[in-house]
Structure formats: C-alpha cells, structure tokens
Design a binder for this molecule. Sequence first.
Ligand code: SAM
Length: 287
Amino acid sequence: MSDTWIEEIHKNEMRFGFRYTEKLFSGQSEFQKVEVVDTPCLGRVLLNDGLFMVSDKDEFAYHDMITHVPLYTHPNPKNVLVIGGGDGGTAREVLRHKSVEKCTMVEIDAMVVDACKEFIPITAQVFSHPKLDLKIDDGVKFVAETNEKFDVIIVDSTDPIGPATPLFGIEFYQNVFKCLSDDGIVVSQGESAFYEPDIQASLLKIKSEVFPMTSLYNFANMTYPGGFWSFTFASKKYHPIKNFDTERVKEDDLKFKYYNSSIHIGAFALPQFMKDRLNPYIKGFEC
Ligand code: SAM
C-alpha cells in the first residue's frame, strides 16, 4: 500500500492531508501548479498551488450551495455568469435549472479545465453541454469589458493569490454590479470564518459598499481548512429568504445531495462570533 500523502499547508501555520495512491496529473501553467491525485478517502482530488479545490466525495456540498442559493432566490434566472470554477462543478449545477438559457464560464487557466476534463469527469461532464459558453480569459477583464447583462453571477475563485487577487477588490465588484441586470444577484466563495476572518470581512465590506443588500451563508465540507466555509451574497433586489419560493424547489425535484429548502434558509443564520464581526457589512437583511 502506498504511503504517500498530499498536504495543504495553510499560511505556514497548519497543515492537513490525505493519503494518495496515484498522482494522475501534475503541470505548471502560467498561473499556478495544477495537480490531480487519486485518494482512498476522497476519490479524485484537484489541487491548485497545493490547495485543495475539489474532490469527488464532497464537491456536491460546495457546488450545491454556491449555485442553488442564488438561483432559487432569483425568480427567473436565464443568463448566468461563472467566474473561475475551472473544474466545471458550478456550471454543471447552474445548467440543471430549466429557466437557464445560457451559462457563460470565464476561467483564466486552460490547464485546470483540461486536467479536469481528463481526470475529474464528475464535474467536467458539463463541458459538452450545449448551453455552456466557456471562455478561457481573465474574469476581471471580462466583467470590465462586457456589455452583456446577467441575472446571476457566481464567483467560484481560488483564494486571493495571483490572478484571483483582484476578484476580492472593489473595482471588480463595481464592474459586477454594472453587468448584473436590475434584479441581479452575485454570490462569491467567501473563505473561512476561523482561518481567514479578515479576508472574509473585507470581501463582505466591499460588497456592502456596492450593493443595497448583503449577507453571508455557511456550509460544511471535508476538504477546506476547518471544514466550515462560506459564501458572500449580494443582491440588487431579492432577499434570499423573503423572496425564496420553496415550491419551486419542490416542483423541480432535482434530488440534491446537500441543498434543500431548510438548508437554504438556515445557512444564513450566523454564529455569534461571525455576527459580531460582520454585522456592519450585513445590509438590508432583516428577516
Ligand atoms: N472550489 C474552489 C475553492 O474554493 O477552492 C475553487 C475552484 S475553481 C478550480 C477556482 C478557479 O478560479 C481556478 O481554476 C483558477 O484558475 C480560477 N481563477 C483564479 N483567478 C481567476 C481570474 N482572475 N479569472 C478567472 N478565473 C480565475
């Protein structure tokens, strides 16, 4: 039995890892190191620059929650933009919604897409979907230049390192606001309340300076530091609980593994230490 471990080292302060049986892919792109390993615990795992991105076993938790919360808050999402998300899992979930006519996905790194196409079919199956418009480009540049309007924008990014750094800045969110329709919603990978409280607060603060309604919701998985992670939510019009129609979820009956109507509502309930820190940046969110 192989005794080789793949480990994520977080800020040179903590590390955690999984035993792997085979390294299926390793490459250095212009942007990052891309690796895929096979593990007994998680199945196939994608790492970018040594950080866990996606695993076969728990990808459903992240992709359900980043996608279905905004898509079931918006009453009729037709045109959706995903920034990042190179494994394909978010676009896969977006395209399960029958109202969606087009999903544009802007991923900066072709190597991530190609590695996932070859080795992570559970998420990359979406790349042959006829409603997917995949662009290999910088999401920062795309939102600055496009004239298109989107009902929902999902920022499925890596941590604020390298090309993902501007995805955590105010200029990016001013451009996101501009290319959202008048009732548009944006949800972004929102970091860890335990390990990255400053990045989390800074991201929500920026959104609160640009959007009339902002909040944050949590979910749990197996592969991100601490297992307790978040998404930031910002909206021009719709409240994620008051405007949420549970009947649509029931009618669609999409057989989710993580998402359901109760978790949609409950995920917005924040532990007190998060409320204390984030309350100044939670706007228009009385329930
Ligand atoms: N679920 C993951 C997580 O939170 O760890 C994120 C998955 S996805 C693989 C993140 C993707 O964002 C990466 O493939 C990366 O190349 C992409 N990315 C980073 N900066 C970007 C940018 N400026 N424009 C578009 N994509 C970007």
